[in-house]
Design a protein around this ligand. Structure first.
Ligand code: SF4
Length: 320
């Protein structure tokens, strides 16, 4: 990030009216192939997650190479995290002999951005069964070709780059969209570094935080500013609009939205029992040391039983 800011940051832009301007654009200056002195200048948006997925995950040693990969991901309208994680899975699968160049067409090598640029084209065009499978994500591709232990995905969604401790991974698994934006498990992990974590507290935090986010996102706030919009501030902000809501009213609304989303997912085929934690996360140390599979399984079970119980109560209340 610092190197990008020093050498490549061209400008920052902002959502309407926001003074923060957290959207960073790098300048990628490329010479024309056949005309000396002429350059094509491209502004490439970057932040932590794309750098993790299309930089570190791919062993990228060239900043310009990473920016080219990010630009191609944007051009094709792909998800940067899914694409980076999928290409990393492909590279490891190739190294382990699970797939060959017959499948990958290019020769995947860590840091070789030219091969990755070609592979991204193939993910979009799907010239063979392998790329058709990879385009469905690493969860699916690893079921066909093997390598589930390093297929970094939760609920079909590729993992973001937060290996801060158990709460982050529980958040990816249990969040309604399997996203790091569903709940800040990573933030909980960071606050708890050096302290003993309990399954009950971690589950309670994740549930409460995701439920409060239902309120915040319904208010259309930026989640970077979520610390400003405390329940007390939201209660006060509603008053001039003629709405007298208590903190508890708001929390109950958040809980109901969260449960209805889960009800919808369960009706559409989602099952807590099908969630899995990729083996790789237990092989890499976190700020809380090595993660304990038992802790994760217990948390998953507790979350599931709480949701099932609360859904029953909600449905009973709705029948009235
Ligand atoms: S994402 Fe949030 S902090 Fe960043 S510019 Fe938009 S409103 Fe501001």
């Amino acid at each position: 990030g610092e190197r990008l800011a020093e050498r490549y940051l061209g400008r920052r832009v902002s959502c309407a009216h926001c003074p923060v301007a957290c959207i960073h654009l790098a300048v990628l200056r490329e010479p024309y192939k056949n005309e000396p002195y002429f350059y094509k200048t491209t502004f490439v948006s970057y932040d932590y997650e794309p750098i993790y997925a299309c930089g570190s995950m791919l062993g990228m040693g060239s900043t310009e190479g990473m920016l080219k990969v990010l630009d191609e991901v944007e051009t094709y309208g792909l998800d940067a995290m899914s694409t980076g994680v999928a290409l990393a899975w492909m590279t490891e699968a190739y190294e382990r002999g699970l797939v060959t160049e017959k499948e990958t067409i290019v020769r995947p090598v860590w840091g070789d951005y030219a091969s990755y640029l070609k592979a991204i084209e193939y993910v979009v065009e799907q010239p063979n069964d392998f790329y058709a499978a990879l385009a469905k994500g690493v969860e699916y591709a690893s079921k066909v070709y093997g390598g589930t232990e390093f297929a970094l995905a939760y609920g079909g969604n590729e993992m973001p780059g937060y290996h801060t401790g158990p709460a982050a991974h529980l958040g990816f698994a249990l969040g309604t969209r399997h996203s790091h934006l569903d709940s800040a498990g990573y933030s909980y992990d960071q606050k708890m570094v050096g302290k003993r974590l309990s399954v009950e507290d971690a589950v309670a935090y994740l549930m409460e935080e995701e439920r409060w986010r239902q309120v915040l996102t319904s208010l259309v706030i930026c989640l970077f500013a979520r610390g400003v919009y405390t329940p007390q501030v939201v209660v006060e902000a509603f008053k001039p609009l003629g709405w007298e809501l208590s903190e508890n009213d708001l929390k109950e609304i958040g809980k109901k939205i969260h449960l209805l989303k889960l009800r919808y997912k369960l009706d559409e085929g989602f099952s807590f029992d099908q969630l899995r934690f990729p083996k790789r996360i237990f092989e890499t140390p976190s700020p809380h040391g090595m993660l304990d599979p038992l802790f994760m399984e217990q948390a998953l079970k507790l979350y599931k039983s709480r949701v099932e119980e609360e859904l029953k109560s909600l449905e009973a209340a709705q029948r009235w």
